[in-house]
Design a protein. Structure first.
Length: 699
């Protein structure tokens, strides 16, 4: 069977309802709430800054229709030629089980009376048999709709569903570690928070960590986020972790060793601990060696406590230890050959990227120039770092923002942040830090200077005294490659007596406990699939092989290494059935509206409400591709004064003053007024009246 489907170009749709009317007329549907094609419309913002959202939506004719599974009368079937989901109204008795099951609101009813039969989009199969397009596609004058084989549409337009397979929603495909977000979200909806956390821990023990510091690529590619706010997956992770942490976690049971082979892991950051976690649960004996006095790597020493509380981190590391992982701190490994001599059969190197990248500009060697990782490590070790009264942080990533906020907390009276990138998160040249981090920094008093590069560090008597800056017109090429272009006509200076450089991290090859080639000055080369180095039995992953990355990518590397180590110890093919890890978003794309910003602890009501917004696309596999677009901005683009002046121009002879005319409507024309009507998308209205209100055609 060739599955057919629809493409929706939301940048073209204007909400005219031509498709809705054409559908009703062609299929001879009675006036009323039953609409096989619906156009939802909702607004967000405050007057006059209002965003208009429009969504045309029929049935998605899912590859795996849950409505058919839910129907007790087998009234819903999947047609073989086009993959259309059809209903036999003679078998329908109006129980509405299909409505309860469908996350998209496709089943339609002519009224709310019990026993009302269901009808729905037929994919215009009568027209398809005649070689004609569905009537909704034909009627769209804006050419916002297209119909064809679903795979062909995905190949033509891309879209987040291009590589989704059964059991893998797009959020799971997009997650480097392939964590089952849809699975634990379902359990939150069911009120089974403990079971949600248990399911999460099948992938990693770090729900609390990821709930605070994950870059959540899952939300960027969320199906709902293609036309509405994404499901706040990151905040839901934090919710399930907080619930257990507040109640007190039961001690984990130790896993009995089932294998004689011992595995050594060098480094106790997220990659190393995840690898240990997966191996121990499979019955292997694992020892983690950590050079510092406490485990956690950059989770402990690189992320401030206000973002990642150390008691939460300690609790999740303890969970790994309770399962049977031995962690030896203050145990720097100088040479991995000694570990083989001690009887370890396989090694995983996950020492991280601890070397600060330098600006390579004049004046960098002067006194008063610090580096972000060193600064954060001291601060996270409860050491007071002497700072001047005017601190300048250089960089646009999360580490730079962390350094600026910590400097403010350490007593920096005035803290500035200078970066090449721009503050506009809809730009290709956006800052790499998360928007909520930047917003929080500015609220705390950090002064942001975007679109500026450092030409020289100004010195005075051998000490840093400020920066000479040059305007930055471009940071990245269209393909995402870093290629800044500077505007030499825009030169300025910024005074400061403490400079903190935070432009990235790299690997210090000289500190590695092993060599995989004759050139020890380079990071180890590894197989991109198996993470095996040139030395048999030694694997490496995380930041140590790729420079500074994010936590979820490090966790993914730890999981991949565990798979390879198990296969290696069993004498199996390391590569069979595996492909190189890929990220669906290789570039820093424009920020998607509504992506979660982890803040305070959520309550049960809010968590359940947000979890219910998940469309369960892993269960249904909808045959649709969206071209997402920012909403139409400022649909009422005038302020109160402009509105009054416009009225006066149209009524020049009335003789009334503007204040008299509009005194009774001040609540409408004041500078800011919240939306009180259709302020959110409701895909599944509670009744016919609400459906008519949430969609836009006026019958």
């Amino acid at each position: 069977m060739t599955q057919y489907g629809f493409f929706r170009d939301l940048s073209r749709c204007i909400g005219c309802n031509a498709c809705v009317i054409a559908c009703k007329q062609w299929h001879d549907l009675e006036p009323g709430p039953a609409k096989w094609m619906r156009v939802y419309q909702w607004e967000k913002g405050s007057f006059p800054q209002i965003d208009l959202h429009v969504l045309p939506i029929p049935c998605f004719h899912c590859a795996k229709p849950v409505c058919a599974e839910a129907c007790p009368n087998q009234a819903i079937t999947k047609e073989e030629k086009y993959g259309a989901v059809l209903v036999d109204s003679s078998k329908c008795d109006g129980q509405r089980k299909c409505w309860e099951a469908c996350p998209y609101g496709a089943p339609q009813f002519g009224g709310d009376a019990p026993g009302t039969k269901m009808s729905k989009c037929t994919m215009c199969i009568d027209r398809l048999e005649k070689g004609l397009a569905p009537i909704c596609v034909l009627s769209c004058s804006m050419r916002a709709l297209e119909f064809g084989p679903a795979d062909a549409l995905r190949e033509k337009y891309g879209g987040p569903l291009s590589d989704v397979r059964e059991g893998f929603s797009q959020c799971r495909v997009s997650c480097p570690a392939h964590l089952d977000a849809a699975g634990y979200i379902k359990r939150i909806v069911e009120g089974k928070v403990r079971e949600a956390l248990e399911l999460f821990r099948e992938g990693t023990p770090f729900a609390g960590v990821l709930g605070r510091v994950c870059t959540h690529p899952c939300e960027v590619d969320c199906l709902r986020g293609q036309f509405d706010d994404s499901v706040p997956i990151c905040s839901l992770k934090r919710y399930i972790a907080e619930k257990e942490f507040e109640a007190g976690r039961e001690k984990a049971g130790r896993v009995q060793a089932a294998h004689e082979e011992r595995v050594a892991i060098v480094g106790s950051g997220p990659a190393g601990l995840t690898c240990a976690y997966d191996l121990v649960r499979q019955g292997y004996r694992v020892t983690v060696f950590e050079a510092e006095s406490k485990s956690g790597g950059l989770l402990r020493y690189g992320i401030p406590d206000y973002r990642l509380p150390k008691d939460m981190l300690d609790d999740e590391i303890s969970f790994v230890e309770e399962l049977g992982t031995a962690i030896k701190t203050d145990s720097r490994v100088e040479n991995v050959e000694s570990l083989f001599d001690q009887g370890y059969k396989a090694l995983f190197i996950a020492t991280g990227a601890w070397q600060n990248m330098k600006l390579d500009v004049p004046g960098e060697e002067s006194s008063g120039v610090l580096y972000a990782l060193d600064f954060l490590k001291q601060a996270n070790s409860n050491e007071k770092v002497p700072l001047g009264d005017k601190v300048i942080v250089i960089g646009g990533g999360s580490v730079a923002v962390d350094a600026a906020r910590v400097a403010k907390r350490q007593g920096g009276a005035e803290v500035h942040l200078v970066c090449l990138e721009c503050r506009d998160f809809a730009s290709r040249d956006r800052m790499l830090a998360q928007p909520d981090e930047v917003d929080a920094a500015e609220k705390e008093g950090v002064i942001l200077h975007p679109c500026l590069g450092v030409r020289t560090i100004v010195t005075r008597d051998g000490r840093a005294a400020g920066l000479e800056l040059v305007g930055c017109a471009q940071v990245r090429e269209r393909d995402g490659r870093f290629r800044p272009i500077f505007d030499e006509t825009n030169v300025s200076t910024l005074e400061g007596n403490t400079l903190i450089v935070a432009i990235g991290q790299s690997v210090d090859p000289s500190s590695m406990p092993f060599a995989t080639s004759s050139d020890r000055s380079k990071p180890p080369e590894v197989d991109p699939v198996t993470l095996e180095t040139a030395v048999q039995g030694i694997f490496a992953g995380g930041d140590v092989i790729g420079g500074g990355g994010d936590v979820i990518s490090a966790i993914a590397a730890g999981k991949a290494a565990a798979v390879s180590i198990v296969r290696y110890l069993r004498g199996e093919d390391l590569r069979q059935g595996r492909t190189p890890a890929t990220r669906t978003r290789a570039l820093p794309l424009p920020l998607q509206r509504g992506i979660s910003e982890p803040g305070g602890v959520w309550g049960e009501r809010l968590a359940s409400e947000q979890a219910k917004r998940c469309l369960n696309c892993d269960d249904t596999l909808p045959s649709v591709v969206f071209k997402p677009v920012d909403p139409k901005r400022e649909i009422l683009p005038w302020d109160a004064r402009r509105a009054l002046e416009l009225w006066q121009k149209r009524h020049p002879d009335d003789g009334q003053s503007l204040s008299d005319v509009f005194s009774h409507a001040s609540e409408v024309t004041r500078d800011s007024s919240d939306i009180t009507g259709r302020n959110r998308l409701v895909l599944k209205p509670e009744n016919s009246e609400q459906l008519m209100r949430c969609t836009t055609d006026d019958e």
